[in-house]
Structure formats: structure tokens, C-alpha cells
Design a protein around this ligand. Structure first.
Ligand SMILES: [Zn+2]
Ligand SMILES: [Zn+2]
Length: 363
């Protein structure tokens, strides 16, 4: 553990105000919302919180000055961000709200999550793709940086509630406390609202957002785009965008999880005699052999010719379902040949009938 003064970049003689300022500076710089996924920043953020926790407390600071880290053994380290935020809430409230000086009830708010239904076609889902979607979204106003007021005209203490955010109203015999209608509970009012956003701090804009569709995605799956929701209010972090995917059907292929299903219709003689045949796959035509005597509804599996697995390595299979077509319009010649065939098969049927009559019917 580094020296607490070093962490906050202050000298040993720093006063309470200096310590607070230094911590605010560090907390802002290494704030997890500004450094998503950065482990180093996370550690520095926690170190700074620990240093501030000790140095802002005169008793702990004295022990630390005298005995160093040894003296404070047993004092806990912050486990997570929630701990830090609940311990030093007002510091963050200060940073992310109007409140300067007197405490204000305004809190930075996270932006709302957004949802978008995205329809893509079958092959786009199979191979993955990049899609531009356009949607209206509340963005931080660039003119006032989301603060809602013109530069140089900071919000003033609300004259109606005296900065309390709540007022007492008479209702018949009762006096009830309610949210101040002038400042809506914020305790401060904007005197010079930003002209661009009219004081809301955000403006609605049509935004183009790039969505990366990973190969193998399917209907009903949901993509989460972190930070692509609406921008936060008064400095809060943005919400997320959820994209719900709907895959439109393909004229030839169907899908079952990672397997591709296609139906192949062959003639009755082809089924009986067997045949080499070309079928479409996701990567062009492929020759398969239909075995002699295949039955209607039987399948042929092409290993590894299916869809890339979204989770884990490898691909699914392509399954060819064989349908046998019964001829409907027969030429004279065809009819003759089929009759001849039927006659040849008759003896087989007769022997089965014989079996039925002798062994089964008697019981
Ligand atoms: Zn008020
Ligand atoms: Zn503005």
C-alpha cells in the first residue's frame, strides 16, 4: 500500500479542504463510469477512497501520521464501489449536481435504457453483419454540457422553499409537506436556462448507432450495447441499449439451434436406385450421395456444415431431409412400366397375406 499522501498527491501539511479537493479530483479522474473495464483505474479509485477515509478523519490521520499503515491495521479496505459511494455520497453528489455550498437534493441520474427491434435476414444472422440503426435518443446538450444553464449563471437557491426542496402547505386544518413546485425538489432554480436545451440538460437527437451482429445469432436473442442508451441527467452515466433480434425466414434453409435444415425432393426411382446429387449449403453446392432404398423422411447429415456456435467452438450440422415425390401425371409408357413393377411386387404382398391368414387371424 502506497503512502496516503502520495496517493492523493498532497503534502503532509495539507488541510481538510485540500484533502477533500484532492480526493474529488482523484475520484473524478478514476471514476468507474469514466474508466469502464480499467482495472488499474479501479484500484486507484479504491486507494484514493481509502486514503481519503483516513486523512479526512482527524483521529485516524493522527494515528497514521505517527505510526503509518501499521497503526491502522484492522481498518477495513473498501470492498466495492457501493461502499465508497455510500460512505462519501455527498462528495459525489456535489460533483454531479448543482449543489455547491448548501446541500442539494439533486442527484445525478443514470440515463434510461432503450430498446430496439432489429430484423435481419437469415444469412446475415448466420454469418454476422454490421447494421446501422437510427433512433431518437436523448443526448447530453453540448452547449451547456448537460447542466441546463448558461455559463456564468449558476442556479440560485429556490426562493419558494429556501433551498429545502419541500414546502408546507395548508390543506383545511392540516399542514402538509410536499415537493416544492418551483424547483421540483431540487432546492435550486435555474435563472438562465440554456437556450439550446431549455434547461433540461439534454436534447433529443436522431442518432445512428452501429450494431455488430455476431455470427450465429437467432430470433429472440438480445444484444446489450453498454452506454448506448439515453445520456444521464446532470452528469449521470448513460443507460444501455438493448437490441432484440428477429431473423426473417429463408426460402430454402430452416434452422434448429446451430443446425441448418433443408428439404430435398427426389423421385421415386431415384430413391430406389440411389443417386449422387448436389445440394446447396451455406458455402456453395456440395455433392452428396443418396443411398439406395432411402425412405421418405429419412435424413442425411453433413457434419460441420451448419451455423457457427455463438458460444463455444465449432459449427452445427446441415441436415438434408429427403422427401420422395409420387408421380401424378403419368405418360402411357410410365404407367405401363409401373404396372409391370406392381405385378412383380404382387407376389411379395400375397405371401404377407398368407402369413396374416395362417398365423395372426386364428388367435
Ligand atoms: Zn423550491
Ligand atoms: Zn443546454
Amino acid at each position: 500500500m502506497r503512502d496516503y499522501y502520495e496517493i492523493l498527491e498532497i503534502d503532509r501539511g495539507a488541510d481538510a479542504e485540500d484533502i477533500k479537493k484532492a480526493y474529488r479530483h482523484m475520484a473524478l479522474k478514476y471514476h468507474p463510469d469514466r474508466n469502464p473495464g480499467d482495472k488499474q483505474a479501479e484500484e486507484t479509485f479504491k486507494d484514493a477512497a481509502e486514503a481519503y477515509e483516513v486523512l479526512s478523519n482527524p483521529e485516524k490521520r493522527q494515528i497514521y501520521d505517527q505510526y503509518g499503515h501499521e497503526g491502522l491495521k484492522g481498518t477495513g479496505r473498501f470492498e466495492g464501489f457501493d461502499d465508497i459511494f455510500s460512505s462519501f455520497g455527498d462528495i459525489f453528489e456535489d460533483i454531479f449536481s448543482f449543489g455547491r455550498g448548501s446541500r442539494s437534493r439533486t442527484r445525478a441520474e443514470r440515463g434510461a435504457d432503450l430498446q430496439y427491434n432489429l430484423e435481419i435476414d437469415f444469412l446475415e444472422a448466420v454469418f454476422g453483419c454490421e447494421k446501422d440503426i437510427e433512433m431518437p435518443r436523448f443526448e447530453e446538450c453540448t452547449d451547456c454540457h448537460g447542466l441546463g444553464y448558461e455559463t456564468g449563471y449558476e442556479p440560485v437557491v429556490c426562493p419558494m422553499c429556501d433551498g429545502q426542496g419541500r414546502i408546507l402547505r395548508s390543506q383545511g386544518f392540516f399542514r402538509v409537506s410536499g415537493t416544492c413546485p418551483k424547483c421540483h425538489g431540487h432546492g435550486r432554480v435555474i435563472t438562465h436556462p440554456c437556450k439550446t436545451c431549455k434547461g433540461f440538460g439534454r436534447v433529443e437527437e436522431k442518432r445512428k448507432i452501429k450494431v455488430n451482429i455476431p455470427p450465429g445469432i437467432n430470433t429472440g436473442m438480445r444484444l446489450r450495447l453498454k452506454g448506448e442508451g439515453e445520456s444521464g441527467i446532470y452528469g449521470g452515466p448513460p443507460g444501455d441499449l438493448y437490441v432484440d433480434v428477429l431473423v426473417s425466414p429463408h426460402e430454402y434453409f430452416e434452422r434448429e439451434d446451430d443446425d441448418i435444415i433443408c428439404r430435398l425432393t427426389i423421385s421415386f426411382p431415384e430413391a430406389a436406385l440411389g443417386k449422387e446429387i448436389e445440394v446447396p449449403t451455406l458455402k456453395g453446392f456440395e455433392k452428396i450421395s443418396i443411398p439406395k432404398g432411402i425412405q421418405h423422411g429419412e435424413t442425411i447429415r453433413l457434419r460441420g456444415k451448419g451455423i457457427a456456435r455463438l458460444r463455444g467452438p465449432g459449427r452445427g450440422d446441415q441436415i438434408v431431409v429427403v422427401n420422395i415425390r409420387t408421380p401424378t401425371k403419368l405418360s402411357k409408357k410410365q404407367e405401363e412400366l409401373l404396372k409391370e413393377l406392381a405385378d412383380l411386387e404382387k407376389s411379395d404382398v400375397e405371401s404377407k397375406t398368407h402369413f396374416w391368414n395362417t398365423f395372426v387371424k386364428k388367435r
